[in-house]
Design a protein around this ligand. Sequence first.
Ligand SMILES: Nc1ncnc2c1ncn2[C@@H]1O[C@H](COP(=O)(O)OP(=O)(O)OP(=O)(O)O)[C@@H](O)[C@H]1O
Length: 320
Amino acid sequence: MPADIEVRHLHKKYGDNVAVADVSFTVEQGEIFGILGPNGAGKTTTVECVEGLRRPDGGEIRVLGLDPQHDRAELTQRLGVQLQDGQLPDRMTVGEALRLYRSFYREPADPQALMDALGLAAKHRTRYADLSGGQKQRLSIALALIGNPKVAVLDELTTGLDPQARRDTWSLIQDVRARGVTILLVTHFMEEAERLCDRVAVIDRGRVAAVDSPTGLTERVQDGQRIRFRPSVPFEDALLTDLPDVTGLTRQNDLVVVTGTENALNAITSVLARNNIVAQHLRVDQPSLEDAFVALTGNHPAAGADAAPGTSDASPAARS
Ligand SMILES: Nc1ncnc2c1ncn2[C@@H]1O[C@H](COP(=O)(O)OP(=O)(O)OP(=O)(O)O)[C@@H](O)[C@H]1O
């Protein structure tokens, strides 16, 4: 079966500025495929070319076998695109927006069923301007789905949402996928990519740095274990660095951080116990998608991207 989205050697310039140098990826039917990358990496330009909103300067794109430039009218019927905030008139109600958008499609979805599924039924008569950020976001997803698309493109799905609304949106997207919709998702959020995406393309400076599952990306930076603890009494580094399973030891004030093989934890706890040293606040860190992102792009996630209040993600600075 051909892939739902095929992007080969996409190239796009704005004047002299190369926004997308060379991007290739495929999205299989029923996948949630993420595009992750630092600011200005070329993510939005890439998906706008996929949507047919921008004309590539080079390369080839097929969406459901259609060329987004030449087959724009047909593709519009089968592709769902999320509106950006502020693209609806303030006075338009939720019900009016869905009915208007429904009229654009040959085989639209039932607006009532969509409002029920998206928790918007009670907001049927509410004007756009009076919706909360989360409700606007859900409406934009509803409008992306009103045409019964086979493929939906969602750009910055949960930007601006609080952590609970973000999690609710994720479960909604999983429901949408369960109905057979293929999803291309642009995101800044590591946790979103980790929780939602089957595979992720990391794009950096207009090129694909890697395409893999979040776990696959994380495993690329797996360098054994990183163990941190506060010793109950001082000890010489050599006590641990002489162990064959230990590859490094650093100290941050009274905190000891040891790196080593997968057996390092056993070796360290045994030798500490033999020397009557208690490892207080012992923690074993697993590499995260954020570690992989940093290793692949040399960039930390956009400021604030994963630091929304209440999220549990630790920043790299907090973790190292
Ligand atoms: N309409 C435009 N005209 C000129 N340059 C543009 C235009 N849109 C984007 N660019 C430039 O192209 C490059 C890629 O931008 P793009 O918006 O695709 O990146 P992005 O990865 O989506 O960034 P962000 O995460 O900040 O949204 C950037 O250098 C940007 O300044």
